[in-house]
Design a protein around this ligand. Sequence first.
Ligand code: SF4
Length: 630
Amino acid sequence: MQTNGYTGQMLWVDLEKAEVKDAPTDREDLKRFIGGRGLGIKLLSELAPPEVDPLSPRNPLILATGPYTGAGVFSAFFNVTTKSPLTGIAAASHCGGHWGPRLKRTGFDGIVITGASGAPCYLMIDEGKAALKPAEDIWGKGVFETERLIREKEGDVEVVSIGTAGENRVKFAALMNGHRAAGRSGVGAVMGSKKLKAIAVRGKLPIHQAHPEKVTEISRLGAKLAVEGGAAFSKYGSSMAFDVFNEANVLPTKNFRSGHFTEAELINAEALKSGYFVKDRGCFNCPLRCGNLHTVPEGAYKLDEVEGPEYETLMAFGSNCTNSNLESILMANYLCNDLGLDTISCGNIFALLMDLYDLGIIKADQLDGYTMNWGQHESVIALIPKIAARTGVGDLLAEGSYRTAENWGPAALDRVIHAKKQEYPGYESRRSFGTGFSLVSSNRGACHLRAALYVNEIFMGEFEEDGFESHLATLINKEHYLALADSYLTCKFGMRNAQYTLPVLTELYHALTGIALTEDELMLAGERIWNLERVFNLREGVGADMIPPRLFSENLDDGKQGGEAISRERFLLAREKYYQMRGWNSEGVPSPKKLSELGLEGEEHDREYYSDRSGNNGSGDRSCGGLGRV
Ligand code: SF4
């Protein structure tokens, strides 16, 4: 069946039965959830049994492209959805590179993987045909060796794979395509629990578009605008933000004790460029090519090549560990990419260890004998492979910051900076209250990409005059808009530079699919996706959004202006207002009316539970029941 903008087919893989089959993508689902992240949460809600163990065979792993994947500039991305082993709620993690567009040209919009294989295997998809193949010989290999070995067997293919971290179910393991990662929330551990090492794709099937000339016109203009306005981003990539955030004193430093790193110039974008840069690298059909390839020609951290580090990695392994040894950060980045680990979670775990070590809460004998002074990069580099292998203390650290600290008691737990058990990205909330709020309102645990509110608050200074609370509508709109972007799928860096505003996305959607949705209808789809994620998370036990308690009591100690602890009253008032504006109750439960407006009636399976939490007495004309439990 030809479907403009989509292939119209999904591949369903049952690893338990070693069966693959295709089935039409549900047209109505595509219209309501667009693709990618939207389609992912729709399928996860249907397929994951309540309370399913994320690492059990019954947890589905869903990889999905969107209508824009492979269609123009900034169209390299695909999305991975599953129940996260790190957070216990919905994970949605996206990845650029080259795999997504190639998958789509095999004739599939996405892949739904259920069950678990008895032995290591990989999936080969070749223009409408798919087969599971043995992978005993590549199990235990790093990402780069895995890709090389699969290309030796299969020829010219694109590969997404897990490293040993995923095999060993490290709770923050990533899926990798080269150096590009679907990094957050442990999606790689779910793939490892299924004994699925890799998915290789080859295809050149056409993807039909309703108005291809219009898609080309929009894409060309986007490329032109991006190249004209994004020269610095193109040159440095996201690492260019390192100095900006440091100068604004919102750069997490010393495990979030400070917002300013005095040695920033030793590890910033310019230091990378002048000392280690080899050449630019980009995702599929990208005019900006923001990926920078680096090398370390000699020394203890000698490296042939590594792409990055990006801003978040410089923060996590650099300023937040007060580590100004740039070569060690390059090596940490390389190890994480090859072993398949999320650099944000991994780096922040070491920042936490240094903090606990400094406070005397842990000793070297709890770290396999490694001392963990601030900036002690030698210990970091030695312990990263132990995390991936789950050997020694690595087995505990592989559980993530929250569970690691929980194991060491309340004093340790109090030092963890997380939301919904996921480590924070690089934004200091005490000087950027709105951005900090958006990290915890995020539906996948701490995340800067659900709303990218740092652009409004830190780059543009939009909240300076009247405070964040006057701009809650901006947050909510961006949460919906970026849910759309993750469902289309397009790169957020690229779309910002290409000025893919809502009118442009609306025109683009029509040009791709022929479906004439209005701007309001598209934004409603974004809101629908956001609310369905929330309903799923409620079912899996999420509570009202909350910042880490430390941020309510501890001032930043960098001597810069501001940085006082966040007022609990201010946070709770903002949360109450945010929930009200969303049509949610004070616990963050969407009202039956809101779900009805979004066409999500019946998405909540446990009527009694949902009725209790939504404030509905369960009688009368309630249009939805409820699913879930706390
Ligand atoms: S801007 Fe960077 S992340 Fe986005 S598509 Fe281009 S190379 Fe990839």
